[in-house]
Design a protein around this ligand. Structure first.
Ligand SMILES: *Cc1c(COP(=O)(O)O)cnc(C)c1O
Length: 219
């Protein structure tokens, strides 16, 4: 049961780590089971699906967007979410900043670091993140709150460990180099159903968990 799964996770997770319930592909009735068990933070990865679910769920849900976002889909996402976790290009960051300017809103985002070897995965390189963090990129209506990453999809814990160590090091290096950002640049979103305990050991402040809460997704 969803409520049992959530309870088991909350018993193991350190209380300072925010649990984002990844509800993509699951119907609203399943999300409501989690809501009724006390869960308030939900993550979705498809704009249309998010926009359809928002009005069907109670207003105090905190929505995070965690998927690849195309700039022509911003209006399906940005009015509803408190955090876009998956900003993976300068083009997208600039489009979000422009949307924020046009709509009088400041949008909280994480920058997604490309981890692992898979060619298909989205995300910035470390150099690109350094460039975006530097003051050279216009971001009057976005606040960069931290980093997000997905470890290599493997059973090899050593590889996952190395991926999380790399993003943790970048996160700490930015915080050390830019003390003026320390109050804002506070979030490290790493860890999913298979690997969240490793992520917690590497300083995760948020974990994004779907399968361990809702069971397998039907595609
Ligand atoms: C689907 C997804 C998750 C959750 O994956 P599970 O293995 O089901 O926990 C986490 N992060 C992102 C970016 C996802 O797309």
């Amino acid at each position: 049961m969803v409520s049992d799964n959530l309870k088991a996770l909350y018993e193991k997770l350190p209380s300072a780590v925010k649990l984002v319930a990844v509800s993509k592909f699951h119907p609203v009735s399943r999300l409501m089971e989690a809501y009724d068990a006390g869960q308030r933070v939900f993550g979705e990865n498809r704009p249309q699906e998010l926009a359809a679910k928002v009005p069907q769920m109670p207003a105090d849900v905190e929505w995070h967007f965690i998927g690849h976002l195309q700039t022509n889909k911003l209006k399906l996402v940005l009015p509803y979410v408190s955090l876009v976790q998956s900003v993976d290009s300068l083009h997208l960051l600039e489009a979000i900043d422009k949307w924020g300017t046009d709509n009088g809103k400041t949008v909280d985002v994480l920058l997604e670091l490309h981890l692992g070897a898979e060619e298909t995965k989205h995300g910035f390189s470390e150099d690109e993140i350094d460039y975006v963090i530097s003051s050279e990129v216009e971001k009057s209506h976005v606040r960069i709150r931290g980093l997000m990453g997905m470890a290599t999809n493997t059973e090899d814990e050593g590889v996952i460990e190395a991926d999380f160590a790399r993003i943790e090091a970048l996160f700490k290096r930015i915080r050390e180099a830019r003390p003026e950002l320390r109050e804002i640049f506070t979030e490290l979103s790493i860890g999913m159903s298979g690997d969240w305990p490793i992520a917690v050991r590497h300083g995760a402040t948020m974990v994004r968990i779907g399968t361990d809460i809702f069971g397998e997704r039907e595609y």
